[in-house]
Write a protein that binds this ligand. Structure first.
Ligand code: PDD
Length: 285
């Protein structure tokens, strides 16, 4: 089996699985999720993703259906049941199932898990970005299922030959449609503070850890579109991309002015991933 689906205790080939119409995820998107990369059956930084998942649920007052330990064990068990290829492990809780009513139903969350093959990215490849107005709500720190502006922005990027859309509120750059955005300028790593306007990315935390280890100064502060366009390097980070750099934004050349520092940071985060999972670039697992 190359991809697996799980719903409240039942599992099987992903494309054969269904969810009940009364699941509040179906008609309200009333739920939270998290996702991590799995290589050689090792789910990378799983504890950090599980912690964030529980925090997201708590912020939305969704009652967990199991403990952190039980969810960890379940995910680790399920990744044994699929082909041993690099996977995206995705899991979500919705606020139970009931006939449509805005107020909360009794009971605990519904747990859905998907495991699907992905390609481990070439972290050193250059990407193109576009910019998009950030029209999202003010709780972007919660990893909710409601991703319509993100979905639309990602689609615009694809239509314009880009890999990712960079959101901005007025002049201030917030994050990507499904990544965090950072710049290098004058040897300093600059990234939006982890407040309610961005998701506190796990890959972002690991880039910050790499900066600390390599003694690269960090500024966690809002930065502007002008700073983005004039940056020495632009990085986007997410669980599945780790830390890709950009060569163009909105069709204009960008970055490329601090390749050595960029590579040091990429070597550090990619090295950590390879050490933890046994991934060897160029060798199929
Ligand atoms: N998204 N910001 C947004 C809006 C995101 O959707 C993501 C990740 C990130 C980066 O978070 P992390 O480093 O923890 O992956 C930032 C995942 C990958 C997704 O929705 O599939």
């Amino acid at each position: 089996m190359d991809a697996l689906g799980y719903y409240n205790g039942t599992w099987g080939p992903l494309d054969d699985m269904t969810v009940p119409m009364n699941d509040r995820g179906v008609y309200f998107g009333d739920g939270v999720y998290d996702a991590a990369v799995c290589v050689n059956r090792v789910i990378f930084t799983l504890d950090e993703h599980i912690d964030r998942f529980f925090t997201s649920a708590e912020l939305l007052e969704i009652k967990p259906s199991c403990s952190k330990e039980a969810l960890t064990a379940l995910l680790q068990d399920l990744v044994q049941k699929v082909d041993n290829a690099p996977l995206l492990a995705y899991w979500q809780w919705t606020r139970g199932a009931s006939r449509r009513d805005h107020t909360f139903p009794p009971g605990t969350a519904n747990l859905l898990i998907m495991l699907k093959p992905i390609a481990v990215p070439d972290i050193y490849r250059k990407i193109k970005l576009i910019t998009q107005d950030d029209t999202r709500f003010l709780h972007c720190n919660i990893k909710t299922l409601n991703l319509i502006p993100n979905v639309l922005a990602a689609q615009r990027a694809r239509e314009r030959g880009g890999k990712e859309a960079v959101f901005h509120r007025g002049e201030i750059v917030t994050e990507g449609s499904h990544s965090n955005v950072h710049i290098l300028k004058g040897g300093v790593f600059i990234t939006h503070p982890a407040d309610n306007l961005i998701l506190r990315g796990i890959a972002r935390s690991h880039l910050l850890g790499a900066c600390k280890k390599l003694k690269v100064p960090v500024e966690e502060r809002p930065f502007t579109l002008t700073e983005l366009f004039n940056a020495d390097e632009i990085l986007i980070s997410s669980t599945s991309t780790m830390g890709l750099s950009a060569e163009a934004i909105d069709g204009k050349p960008a970055g490329g002015k601090a390749p050595e520092l960029l590579k040091k940071l990429q070597d550090e985060v990619f090295g950590e991933f390879c050490a933890a999972t046994g991934w060897q670039p160029g060798v199929r697992s």
